[in-house]
Design a protein around this ligand. Sequence first.
Ligand SMILES: [Zn+2]
Length: 246
Amino acid sequence: MSDKTTQKSALVVSAHSADFVWRAGGAIALHGERGYQMHIVCLSFGERGESAKLWRKGEMTEEKVKAVRREEATAAAEILGATIEFFDLGDYPLRCDKETLFRLADVYRRVQPHFVLTHSLQDPYNYDHPQATHLAQEARIIAQAEGYRPGEKIVGAPPVYCFEPHQPEQCNWKPDVLLDITAVWQKKYRAIQCMQGQEHLWEYYTRVALQRGVQAQRNIGITADKKITHGEDYQSIFPRVTEDLS
Ligand SMILES: [Zn+2]
């Protein structure tokens, strides 16, 4: 582990407790293995909207569902090599006040992320996901402001990457980053298997990873030495600043 002052870090803002696993588990594992401090904020447990299998068991309460979801997400984060915290804001609907924005801004200040992962800007199937994106972006901007808690170290301008929504064609999804997660796919799949309440998605997200892997390979050339089998795709919000276009 590298020194705290030089260690790189990243922040993942997830609307519900499993979203980060399906959509960004590869990126989290990959950077975790490279020594990044990966920190996840789950704004809610997805207790109402994304825990259908648990509710169907009967004799469930919201508290019980939340406890299971917390356990699953904590286990997944551990496999991926990340720390995790839960804001417990409730879902369907996910709403937040000023205090929550400040709470998230304080996480930015503490983590000092080198990049941020969150949801897509649009998702007509799920209002909580874009809500999480707006919250992540607004808190980032507050954390950049010199006038917010003056004297504290402000955050720089970490790039924000949106992760793939569940039904991308309906979300105006146009990825501009394909991430090779071949080396960590097994780790991601182990994290996926922590999500016992959403077993119907395991196979689905395996197919997504394979599909994105094929596309990643095509975009570096099918004859390239590097062989990519699994991928994740992202859409960046801000332009990437570089001195090298190759
Ligand atoms: Zn979700």
